[in-house]
Design a protein around this ligand. Structure first.
Ligand code: HEC
Length: 215
């Protein structure tokens, strides 16, 4: 939730930077307020860059913790996100050092904003699709809490857990979240590499919400 709000704010910073740049360069012959616009552009551009670095610092360890088998949506998200790095670097270098390329800056800016929009929008749409699919469950994952989709967990249970045995006995059990976590960890260890940590989290979420202890 917090990350969604932060990414929308981040996009807004990018949008302000693009709009101020366009007002600066796009309106022929009008220079009043140019100083003001330039400062606004710079400030929001820096917010955008700083936000990007913060996202990198938060996201890279998260990504690594998923192991080498990332699901396709995450790979797309990460690849597009990383694409921003060289582009931002080049933009800052042109502003500071290679001023001859100055005319390319507006295009670079628009490309940066477009990619940022796709990265955030793509994840946002996916999240909405998840919410539409069914209830979300908050579970403990290592030291942090994660919100996962129980419906996705149910699908994963069917695709990942029914390979070695039927699911019938699974549905006979009633366990607490911690107990399901232990079972899932034990099962995932039997089947190394085929279930990512994220997928295991979703399975635990589903099992804990549907097959929790009876009071
Ligand atoms: C690589 C094969 C394999 C996969 C994949 C697998 N299991 Fe198992 N499972 C076993 C075997 C073998 C046993 C019996 C021995 C044991 O309990 O370790 C078992 C036993 C169980 C049991 C009964 C024992 C207990 O501790 O409660 C449950 C419940 C269970 N599996 C759930 C799951 C779930 C949930 C998944 C998906 C995350 C899963 N299994 C995936 C091989 C597998």
């Amino acid at each position: 939730m917090i990350s969604s709000i932060l990414s929308v704010l981040w996009l807004l910073c990018g949008l302000v930077a693009v709009l101020t740049m366009m007002s600066l360069l796009g309106r022929l012959g009008k220079s009043e307020g140019a100083r003001h616009l330039r400062t606004t552009h710079r400030t929001f551009g820096w917010f955008f860059s700083a936000g990007y670095i913060a996202f990198l610092v938060i996201m890279i360890p998260k990504l690594m913790s998923n192991g080498p088998l990332l699901p396709t949506p995450l790979v797309t998200h990460a690849a597009l996100g990383l694409l921003l790095f060289p582009l931002l670097l080049v933009k800052h270098l042109v502003v500071r050092v290679f001023k001859k390329y100055f005319p390319a800056l507006p295009y670079l800016g628009v490309i940066l904003f477009t990619i940022a929009f796709v990265v955030v929008g793509f994840t946002g749409l996916q999240r909405m699709a998840l919410w539409a699919k069914g209830p979300m469950v908050t579970i403990q994952s290592g030291d942090t809490q994660r919100t996962v989709s129980a419906a996705v967990g149910r699908d994963l249970l069917q695709s990942k857990c029914a390979r070695c045995h039927s699911l019938k006995p699974v549905y006979l059990y009633r366990k607490s979240e911690q107990e399901w976590r232990l079972t899932v960890n034990r099962m995932v260890a039997k089947d190394t590499g085929s279930t990512t940590e994220c997928q295991a989290d979703s399975i635990v979420g589903y099992l804990a919400s549907e097959l929790g202890p009876v009071n």
